[in-house]
Design a protein around this ligand. Structure first.
Ligand code: DAH
Length: 339
C-alpha cells in the first residue's frame, strides 16, 4: 500500500507540474482527490490492514492528501496570477496615442435669442407663462375675437385635428389662459412653438417660434407698449436702434400696430435690404381689446393692457444676418457651430 500511495503522490505531482490551465487542474483534482479518485480508492482499503500497520499508513495517506492539496492550491494561485498578467498585458492602453475629440456642440441661434429675450423681460419684472401647443379653437381664435366666420382666420393656415382642436397658430392663445387664471396686475411673456400649414421656403416654415407678451394693469397706455418694445429692441440690436409703429389691424387689439425697426444696412435712408422703406417689419402689437379682457372676466373700465407677438426666427435672422430660415431647422453642424 505504501508503494501505491507513493506512486499516486508522484503521479499527481507530475500531472500538476505539466498542467497549464484551470480546466486540467480541475480534472487532476477530481482524478486524485475526488470521491471516485485514486486516493479515496486506497483509503477504502485501510480496513483490510492489520491494527499495527494502520496508524502509519493512515498518517502517510493523510500526508499525501495534504501534499497534493497544497500543490493544487499553489498551481491554482500561479495560474490565476498568470491569467491576470495576460489580461493586463492584452488591455494595455497606449497613453501616447492622440485622443479622440468630443464635440460638445453649441447653442442654437434661436435658443440664444430666446434666452436673451427672457433675460430682458425677467429684468423688467415679467414672468414666463406656458401654454399648450395642441389647443382648442376657442383659445387660438374665438376668445381672441376671431369667431368661426372671421376672414382673418384664413391668413393663418391651420392644422386642424378635429373641428375644435388644432395646433396653435399663435402664442396669443396663452394670453387667454393667463387672464382666465390670474387677476391683474399681469406681466408675462410666453415663448413657444406655433404651427401653420405653410410650404417651406426661405422665409416660411410650418413650425416656427413666437414670443407673446401681455401686460394688464390700471392705467396701461400705448406709451408703455412703445417704451417696452423700444427697450427690447435696443437691448437686442444696440442702443441706436429706433422703432416705428404703423397702424394695423389685429382682431384682439385696439388700436393695433405693426412694429418696425430701423434698417441696419442704410439706417433709415432706404436700400435694397429694406426695399426702400428705411425700416424693417418685426412684430405685431396693440392695446388689448376690451372685449378680450371682459371675456376673461377682467373689468375693462378699470384695467387696460398691451400685448405683442414677435417671431423668434425673424429676430434671430436679423440678428445674425441669416438669409434663409431653413438653415435654422436643418441642423447642419457647419452652420450651428458658428454660434
Ligand atoms: N398673434 C399675431 C400673429 O401671429 C401677432 C400679434 C399681434 C400678437 C398683435 C399680439 C398682438 O399679442 O397684440 O400674427
Amino acid at each position: 500500500m505504501k508503494e501505491q500511495l507513493e506512486a499516486i503522490h508522484s503521479a499527481a505531482k507530475q500531472a500538476l507540474d505539466a498542467c497549464s490551465d484551470v480546466k486540467t487542474l480541475e480534472q487532476i483534482r477530481v482524478q486524485y482527490l475526488g470521491k471516485k479518485g485514486a486516493l479515496t480508492g486506497i483509503l477504502k482499503q485501510m480496513g483490510k490492514l492489520s491494527a499495527e500497520e494502520r496508524p502509519a499508513m493512515g498518517q502517510l495517506a493523510n500526508q499525501v492528501r495534504s501534499d497534493i492539496e497544497q500543490a493544487l492550491a499553489d498551481k491554482q494561485q500561479k495560474l490565476s496570477e498568470r491569467l491576470l498578467k495576460e489580461k493586463l498585458e492584452a488591455e494595455t492602453v497606449d497613453i501616447t496615442l492622440p485622443g479622440k475629440e468630443t464635440k460638445i456642440g453649441s447653442m442654437h441661434p434661436l435658443h440664444i435669442v430666446e434666452q436673451e429675450i427672457r433675460e430682458i423681460f425677467l429684468g423688467l419684472g415679467f414672468s414666463v407663462a406656458d401654454g399648450p401647443e395642441v389647443e382648442y379653437d376657442y383659445y387660438n381664435f374665438e376668445a381672441l375675437n376671431l369667431p368661426p366666420d372671421h376672414p382673418a382666420r384664413d391668413t393663418q393656415d391651420t392644422f386642424y385635428i378635429t373641428n375644435n382642436i388644432l395646433l396653435r397658430t399663435q402664442t396669443s392663445s396663452v394670453q387667454v389662459h393667463v387672464m382666465e387664471n390670474q387677476k391683474p396686475p399681469i406681466r408675462i411673456i410666453s415663448p413657444g412653438r406655433v404651427y401653420r400649414s405653410d410650404a417651406v421656403d426661405a422665409t416660411h416654415s410650418p413650425l416656427f417660434h413666437q414670443v407673446e407678451g401681455l401686460v394688464v394693469d390700471k392705467g396701461i397706455t400705448m406709451a408703455d407698449l412703445k417704451g417696452t418694445l423700444e427697450l427690447l429692441m435696443q437691448r437686442l440690436y444696440g442702443e441706436e436702434c429706433k422703432i416705428r409703429l404703423r397702424p394695423h389691424h389685429f382682431p384682439f387689439t385696439e388700436p393695433s400696430a405693426e412694429v418696425d425697426i430701423i434698417c441696419f444696412h442704410c439706417h433709415g435712408e432706404g436700400c435694397r435690404l429694406c426695399k426702400g422703406e428705411g425700416y424693417i417689419e418685426l412684430l405685431g402689437a396693440g392695446m388689448v381689446h376690451p372685449k378680450i379682457l371682459e371675456g376673461c372676466g377682467i373689468d375693462s373700465s378699470v384695467y387696460s393692457g398691451f400685448a405683442f407677438g414677435l417671431g423668434l426666427e425673424r429676430i434671430a435672422m436679423r440678428r445674425y444676418n441669416i438669409g434663409d430660415m431653413r438653415l435654422l431647422f436643418e441642423n447642419d453642424y457647419r452652420f450651428l457651430e458658428q454660434f
